[in-house]
Design a protein around this ligand. Structure first.
Ligand code: ADP
Length: 373
């Protein structure tokens, strides 16, 4: 069931459009992540859903009710911010129960619900402390508790983990996923961190310059990006891009020339383009095959990052273009590689993406075994 619906939402500040014609539906217990670079409109969209911004156009529905004119405290939403904004003079108990008390909830009921939430978030032992007597991670838990206790129709999270250090962030990610299982109200979660987006989301909406570039499951967006922006945004390290020229295409295979000399094939249907059309080839770091003796492309290693469970090799193909490669750890010559070495790379046809001059992905062709049954 749809819990939140945005229909043609737009927002202008001083005649500058920061949200453009956004339509989205968020399901009953769905965790939707809004991700995109800084300034793309994520917070403005979240604040519009919360009721802190007036729309320039379009409608927002929560639980089937049009809320364009509804004040924030009557929308049934609870928001968790990056800066937890706890009241410093109040205990954890009072911070969590503050919203409920304001609504006139009886004292005993407030106490019961605060204790239930504290139990789930494992902060029972902190209930009598003040915010300055607990750690950053614990403060964020209190902020989440303050949202949960109100039993909202929808949770809105605005970069809730960006003030925390890396290890605490990954721990809190797990906590948020657990909380979501226990309180399955929909969550709309804003982050600029694509790892957070990939690990938490049921679906991700990728925003860029106020528009939704693509919306889908994390794997769908990773494997079938609609355009260069989405392809480049999701994945760490990012997808490699190389400029090329289309030489020829059938419905199942495209031939592309790169660097004016080397011919590559891609299992892509590029028949919508004419030979000679400029294209961009995309390949994920884990799909490049390196070789020490021969290959389609050659370059010099500029950096090697040995990270234990993965190795990243940066290869300069020329003065402008480079490849980042994540080779299989079993690659026999891997340990001996060093900066400055020449190396060869193969870009298999099955794993290449191809984008037209407007950055739109051309349809990839599923690779089928030629053996008949
Ligand atoms: P994000 O959360 O993706 O970083 P924001 O939603 O905060 O982006 O901002 C989107 C754009 O709107 C930015 O260009 C920002 O400068 C602009 N903006 C945000 N709030 C205001 C405001 N109150 N007045 C004018 N411009 C604003």
């Amino acid at each position: 069931m749809t819990k939140v619906e945005l229909s043609h939402v737009s927002k202008e500040y001083n005649q500058v459009e920061v949200l453009r014609d956004i339509s989205l539906k968020i399901g009953d217990s769905e965790l939707l992540v809004l991700v995109g670079p800084s300034g793309c409109g994520k917070s403005t969209l979240l604040r519009s859903i919360a009721g802190f911004e007036t729309l320039s156009g379009g409608d927002i529905w929560i639980n089937g009710v049009l809320v364009n004119e509804t004040p924030p405290n009557q929308r049934g939403v609870a928001m968790v911010f990056q800066n937890y904004a706890l009241y410093p003079h109040m205990s954890v108990t009072d911070n969590i129960g503050f919203g409920l008390r304001n609504l006139g909830t009886p004292k005993d009921e407030v106490k019961k619900r605060v204790h239930q939430v504290a139990e789930v978030l494992q902060i029972k032992s902190l209930l009598n402390r003040k915010p300055n007597e607990i750690s950053g991670g614990q403060r964020q838990r209190v902020a989440i508790g303050r949202a949960i206790v109100k039993n909202p129709q929808v949770f809105l999270f605005d970069e809730p983990l960006s003030n925390l250090d890396a290890s605490l962030r990954s721990q809190m990610r797990i906590e948020i996923a657990k909380v979501h299982q226990l309180f399955p109200s929909p969550i709309i979660y804003v982050t600029h961190d694509q790892v957070e987006a990939m690990t938490l989301a049921d679906r991700i909406a990728v925003l860029n310059l106020g528009i939704v570039e693509q919306i889908g499951s994390p794997m769908e967006l990773y494997h079938r990006p609609k355009n260069l922006f989405v392809a480049g945004f999701l994945g760490s390290p990012a997808m490699n891009f190389i400029p090329g020229e289309l030489i020829d295409s059938s419905v199942v295979l495209a031939q592309i020339r790169v660097f004016n000399k080397c011919l590559l094939s891609a299992r892509v249907n590029a028949t919508s383009l004419s030979p000679g059309a400029p294209v961009t080839i995309g390949i994920r770091p884990e799909n490049v095959r390196i070789n020490d003796l021969s290959g389609q492309l050659t370059g010099k290693i500029s950096l090697i990052e040995r990270l234990g469970n993965r190795v990243l090799i940066y290869i300069n193909l020329n003065s402008k273009d480079h490849l980042i490669v994540e080779p299989q750890l079993e690659t026999p010559f891997l340990d001996a590689l060093k900066i400055g070495d020449s190396i060869f790379a193969d870009l298999p046809a099955e794993v290449l993406y191809l984008f037209d001059k407007n950055g739109m992905a051309l349809p990839r062709v599923a690779h089928r075994s030629t053996r008949s049954a």
